[in-house]
Design a protein around this ligand. Sequence first.
Ligand code: HEC
Length: 142
Amino acid sequence: MGFRSITQAKIQLWGLALCCAIVGATNSTISASELDEAIIDVFKRNKCDACHVPVAQRAKDSQTGKLLYPAHREFSYVLNLTKLRSSKFVAPGAPQNSSLYKLIIEEKMPEGAEFCFDPSCPYPPVPESDRIIVEQWINSLN
Ligand code: HEC
């Protein structure tokens, strides 16, 4: 016991701290594939995929079989990131110039969000935490 083991314990503690610092630093940089996963989750969480997917996959009334949300005909690929990235709705590296981002910020998308004053409405505005992910994703593109 004594001096030696205390020094050893200190060295071990420093090793542990250094190790945690490295792990922490690695975690704080989000990789491109993690961002891709995160943005898909944002689109699903905010139900963009009820309307902006191919007609066959859109939500339908179980009684009539008719589309519940007859959405925009052209924009049917919100979950296809390869296509979305190079679409006119996204300006790579520039969220403020991307209609996809602007419509979310202005609460025009999801459709009806701007008229949603009751938490039970089907398409509430996209929350701040998700807006940040959209911004980061567009910023990461170039
Ligand atoms: C309930 C159906 C519905 C939902 C949910 C919805 N949209 Fe839309 N979206 C529409 C319709 C309908 C239009 C066309 C509106 C128009 O032209 O006035 C549109 C238009 C758009 C456009 C512009 C297309 C263009 O040609 O300029 C973008 C971008 C968009 N939506 C993104 C989103 C995103 C992102 C979400 C999720 C946060 C979302 N939408 C959720 C129905 C929906």
